[in-house]
Design a protein around this ligand. Structure first.
Ligand code: DGY
Length: 323
């Protein structure tokens, strides 16, 4: 029997590409370009499995392709708001993701952003590189400490909890959170955290707000102008979830007006474009979607996709089926 034909829309870690090549008739995107809608349509027509990432927009227009051969979208990444799940289901496509394996790395990056923005690390680095540093002085680049402050988590799933644990056990922060479903305290292990009813309740208390909910749907612009205005004056916003969870234009305005002390962002509304207003602000730390970017995690994500594909083509339910 011929091996399933699969297409990777981007370059993946070498070890994973090799493993996929052993198991399947594998086509790589050798120059790692971002695929156009037409290329994605062609992929759905020509391959049994398409393996997309967050940089591919698989909306209803792309998924409406005539006579697709593809039967599975095995996404490389935990977030899948770039895939229209309803449209995929309507075309009989199974969708899988890669949960669990990127929890710690993404949480580490959320803490990186919190520390960088609170301690003005980006500003300091830019100053040194520009040759503007004139030496130590008591009033130079004075920031804010994390210890004793309140962290507000929006979305207390795996990553939200990992951030909260680091913040509380590592930095002595108090934690409050909002989550769609009620979490029994025993689900939180050693974490002492208070669940609040509404996002606004968290915003009213938090010195740092860190977003960990999925993007798309009802969460688009969850942090809109009204919610940004409901944050404590001088608070910080951290986003390692999805760019569209924050109304970027409203965030720029809140920062320009000095209502917020700063923001640490790893994700953006229209990646790789970054709002020019953000680029112009000193009190914003900007990272290019690095949440899961460690060798260990990127390989583990790929191997998770391998498991999902092997199960699917063996006729079993993939372990990480989301649609
Ligand atoms: C994820 O896994 O969701 C990362 O953001 C990359 O897509």
């Amino acid at each position: 029997m011929s091996r399933p034909r699969i297409l990777l829309t981007r370059r993946w870690p070498e070890a994973v590409e090799r493993r996929l090549g052993e198991l399947f008739d594998t086509t790589l995107n050798t120059d790692d370009h971002r695929m156009s809608a037409d290329e994605l349509r062609a992929a759905l027509r020509d391959y049994d499995a398409v393996l997309p990432t967050v940089s591919d927009r698989l909306d209803s227009a792309v998924l409406a392709v005539e006579a697709p051969r593809a039967r599975i979208l095995a996404n490389y990444g935990v977030g899948y708001s770039h895939i229209d799940i309803e449209a995929a289901r309507a075309r009989g496509l199974v969708v899988t993701n890669t949960p669990g394996v990127l929890t710690d790395c993404t949480a580490d990056l959320a803490l990186t952003l919190m520390l960088m923005v609170a301690r003005r690390a980006g500003e300091g680095e830019r100053e040194i590189r520009a040759g503007r540093w004139t030496g130590w002085r008591p009033t130079h680049l004075v920031g804010t400490r994390l210890g004793g402050k309140t962290l507000g988590i929006i979305g207390m799933g795996r990553i939200g909890q990992a951030v909260a644990l680091r913040a509380q056990h590592g930095f002595g922060m108090k934690v409050v959170f909002q989550n769609r479903s009620r979490l029994a305290p025993e689900r939180l292990g050693t974490l002492q955290a208070t669940q609040l009813e509404r996002v606004e309740d968290v915003l009213a208390q938090a010195d740092f707000v860190s977003l960990h909910c999925p993007g798309g749907g009802a969460n688009r612009h969850l942090m809109n102008a009204a919610r940004l205005a409901a944050m404590k004056p001088g608070a910080f916003l951290i986003n390692t979830a999805r760019g569209d969870v924050v109304d970027e234009a409203a965030l720029v305005e809140a920062l320009q007006q000095g209502r917020l002390a700063g923001a640490g962002l790893d994700v953006f509304e229209d990646e790789p474009r970054v709002h020019p207003g953000l680029l112009a602000l000193e009190n914003v730390v900007l990272l290019p979607h690095l949440g899961s970017a460690t060798r260990e995690t990127r390989e583990a994500m790929g191997m998770r996709v391998v498991d999902n594909l092997v199960a699917f083509f063996d006729g079993r339910q993939p372990p990480d089926q989301v649609g």
